[in-house]
Design a protein around this ligand. Structure first.
Ligand SMILES: [Zn+2]
Length: 250
């Protein structure tokens, strides 16, 4: 009986410590958001084929709007923690949001991310599913443009906010690629990291083709190197912090 009481007491103490730990973590982020003079809003933009939420965060309210997203190809995952880190950094240093709006979609293809595959759950390459002139309809690209909920969500976001520029993260072609009127921006961002500037060329029905060529919005594709794809969040932050900060203040 005494032994049972001791166990119960120990369980009670551990539970209190655990709950306090969670509350401390939660309140730290809430405090940061509360202390930030700029608005920070989290949104759910819809769901994947398998019903997973696709969320994004809008930070700031300025006219200079940057949209950043990662993991439209689920097997390309390195930038997901990097963008989450960047989001927290902006909340902590919210003077950087002055005059700027930053929209971050950390995961466009959550089903692919879970399965570590390039495609979504319908085996479609989402980055070939956009309504660009160069689109090719087939079983891999989708039978028609925006046939997939994930690509439709990104299409909705870019048309709702009409960003000044878009930064997309991919792996592992080891370069800064671009579409649309982005020559100067691409040079500037290549100067801020080790990736060389290299124009890969428009891919059929890609988001780059749609945004750059149809909407005429500058879009940069940051193609991490193979080594980058194995780096920790802190290493990537060290290597790409300057590029991220330049992208929102350009
Ligand atoms: Zn990719």
């Amino acid at each position: 009986m005494i032994k049972n009481s001791k166990c119960l007491f120990l369980f009670f103490i551990i539970s209190i410590l655990f709950l306090n730990g969670c509350n401390t973590l939660k309140s730290r982020k809430e405090n940061l958001i509360n202390n930030c003079l700029e608005p920070v809003q989290n949104y759910n933009a819809g769901r994947s084929v398998k019903g997973k939420k696709i969320n994004y965060t809008k930070l700031g309210s300025g006219q200079n709007i940057t949209l950043l997203f990662a993991s439209i190809h689920g097997s390309e995952r390195a930038a997901v923690p990097l963008l989450n880190h960047f989001q927290e950094y902006l909340i902590e240093n919210c003077n950087l949001l002055n005059g700027n709006t930053v929209i971050i979609v950390p995961v466009v293809n959550p089903d692919g991310l879970e399965k570590k595959t390039r495609y979504n759950s319908n085996q479609i390459d989402l980055n070939r599913n956009f309504p660009a002139d160069n689109r090719i309809n087939n079983n891999r690209n989708g039978r028609f443009a925006l046939s997939e909920p994930e690509s439709y969500i990104l299409y909705k976001i870019v048309n709702m906010y009409k960003p000044s520029r878009v930064i997309a993260f991919h792996e592992a072609l080891n370069c800064i690629d671009y579409d649309g009127p982005a020559d100067e921006l691409a040079k500037r961002l290549a100067d801020k990291c080790k990736l060389p500037l290299h124009k890969v060329g428009a891919q059929p029905g890609s988001f780059g083709s749609y945004v750059g060529l149809e909407l005429n919005i500058p879009i940069i594709t940051v193609e991490f190197s193979k080594e980058d794809s194995k780096k920790s969040e802190s290493q990537l932050w060290h290597d790409y912090k300057d590029l991220l900060l330049e992208s929102i203040s350009y």
